[in-house]
Design a protein around this ligand. Structure first.
Ligand code: GLA
Length: 389
């Protein structure tokens, strides 16, 4: 929990609204260790929540207005009226994540009242670390508290946040980011079966560190490419005669290959092989079997590069730099939706500073600076930080 962020947020809440917040919540970003673009195919993912997080301070209002201040966007401000239909803001994306959650809750029949909110966070945007899921989950959690919906469980919060991003903002994302933001566990990765949302906590051995390296290549507006991949997967599933690619096997895929378009075939091959790799990686992590983890992470990256085509040259170069300094001691791959963002590595703690120095010297962001290298510990899921009753 980031107490500095809480103090900063409280101070800014008082400046904006001239009273104390009634509740402060936090929701973490995530890093995905392996299992990319498998979630919306009913497959397996192995993410962990991280210490980078979004916090929201709030009070209810007697009227139906929502006033929101984004402290770390130069106090950018939004106001909307719950008595009128909630529509997209034409320019400001951050605003739409907030509006989207209110809209989804209203659509689900919840009687939401007005609120004052301030938002601040440490999850970098466009880094593939789920800043948007952290924001949506935090808004959903704050509203659960303000509007007294005690029965709303963590999985429902995750669904509401996903719905806002998918149907209001328009990126047809899966459930991984939101679910790990609500279900994260200190010192554990979470193996999620996205077909039934069963979760299994996988301890990250004490001697292993999770390193995140931001390429400085912002993911930008890539919703179109993301949604296209999703459609291609649905097309592949239909051709293979399965409800979702999770249900297809490699053997089935090679039988159908001659009849399939080569791009659709490769999309399916990524998802089917990535599911297998993710299950194997969870076992390898349990055993601290670095040799297997390293091979699986490298194969995952290759599959994202060649079959799913979601890496970009800068990211491939960064992964190459990280893999070459790691050699046998650790594994690395791009993490998240793709087209930029961050690289995740797993390596022994004792090697972090040597490896980070090498990476900073061996890769430059598009701005010509060394990349940000972060060491993250798996963190707990979204929760209330402070509340006054
Ligand atoms: C984004 C989406 C997730 C998931 C990943 C790729 O982060 O929000 O649902 O599909 O991309 O694994």
């Amino acid at each position: 929990m980031n107490t500095q962020l809480t103090d900063h947020l409280t101070k800014n809440f008082r400046l904006s609204f001239e009273h104390d917040p009634k509740v402060i919540v936090r929701a973490p970003g995530r890093v995905n260790l392996i299992g990319e673009h498998t979630d919306y195919n009913g497959g397996f993912v192995l993410p962990c929540a991280i210490g980078l997080e979004t916090q929201i301070a709030a009070t209810p209002r007697p009227d139906r207005l929502v006033r929101v201040v984004a402290v770390d966007q130069n106090n950018d401000f939004d106001q909307f009226d719950l008595a009128q239909s909630i529509v997209q803001h034409p320019q400001k994306q951050w605003v739409n994540y907030v509006r989207g959650v209110f809209k989804v809750l209203q659509d689900h029949g919840h009687n939401i009242g007005g609120a004052n909110l301030t938002i601040a966070g440490t999850v970098p945007q466009g880094a593939g670390l789920s800043s948007s899921a952290a924001l949506c989950v935090a808004v959903a959690l704050v509203l659960k508290h303000l509007t007294a919906m005690p029965n709303m469980e963590a999985t429902e919060l995750a669904h509401i946040a996903q719905d806002a991003e998918s149907n209001f903002v328009g990126c047809k994302c899966g459930i991984m980011d939101q679910l790990v933001s609500t279900h994260g566990i200190d010192d554990h990765a979470v193996l999620i079966d996205c077909a039934n949302l069963a979760t299994e906590a996988i301890a990250v051995p004490d001697d292993l560190a999770i390193m995140i390296v931001h390429s400085g290549i912002s993911r930008g507006l890539v919703d179109g490419a993301y949604n296209q991949r999703r459609m291609q997967c649905e097309q592949a599933a239909a051709q293979l005669g399965v409800a979702q690619l999770r249900d297809a096997t490699e053997e089935q895929l090679s039988r159908y290959q001659p009849k399939m378009d080569h791009t659709i075939f490769r999309r399916a091959r990524h998802v089917i092989t990535e599911n297998t790799r993710t299950l194997k990686a969870a076992q390898a992590l349990k055993k601290g079997d670095m040799a297997s983890l390293r091979t699986l992470m490298a194969a995952s990256h290759e599959s994202m590069r060649q079959d799913f085509e979601i890496t970009v040259p800068g990211i491939d170069q960064l992964v190459h730099v990280v893999q070459s300094v790691l050699g046998e001691i650790g594994g690395a791959r791009m993490t998240g939706g793709g087209f930029g963002g961050a690289v995740v590595a797993i390596l022994p703690h004792g090697e972090c500073s040597r490896v980070a120095d090498f990476i900073r010297a061996g890769y430059q962001t598009p701005a010509g600076t060394p990349p940000d290298v972060m060491i993250e510990k798996p963190a707990a899921g979204a929760c209330i930080v402070e509340t006054t009753t």
